[in-house]
Design a protein around this ligand. Sequence first.
Ligand code: 5GP
Length: 121
Amino acid sequence: MPIDVRYDPENVFARILRGDIPSDRVYEDTEFVAFRDIQPSAPVHIVLIPRGQPPTSAASVGDSDAPWLGRMVVLASRIAREQGLTPGGYRLVVNCGDDAGQTVGHFHLHILGGWILGPVA
Ligand code: 5GP
């Protein structure tokens, strides 16, 4: 998806948040939801998303987003630990726009692990 796309309340993650689409949730609180990716790229592949209508991509975040982005990374590290990805390690991925293959316009973070991950590039 283009990096300047407007937020679409019918995007798949908005529908997962509303419960319109079922998901295998591994964590949720008042601010974030984490669920297993439907097409996993690794033995453990979790998508972590903010509730509400966040920026559509990393290209649209601003200074005011820094507090929740910080909490999101801290939470990702906690979920990775709880999923048994430490001490081996894991990868946190944010795809941004078409060239990175981003398909869903609701800011999200991938948590990947459970085997040896290849080079990023
Ligand atoms: P992106 O490519 O935008 O960074 O990541 C979107 C991710 O959402 C993809 O890895 C894709 O497999 C996942 N996904 C798309 N639709 C669904 C769905 O309906 N359920 C779940 N659990 N994951 C989905």
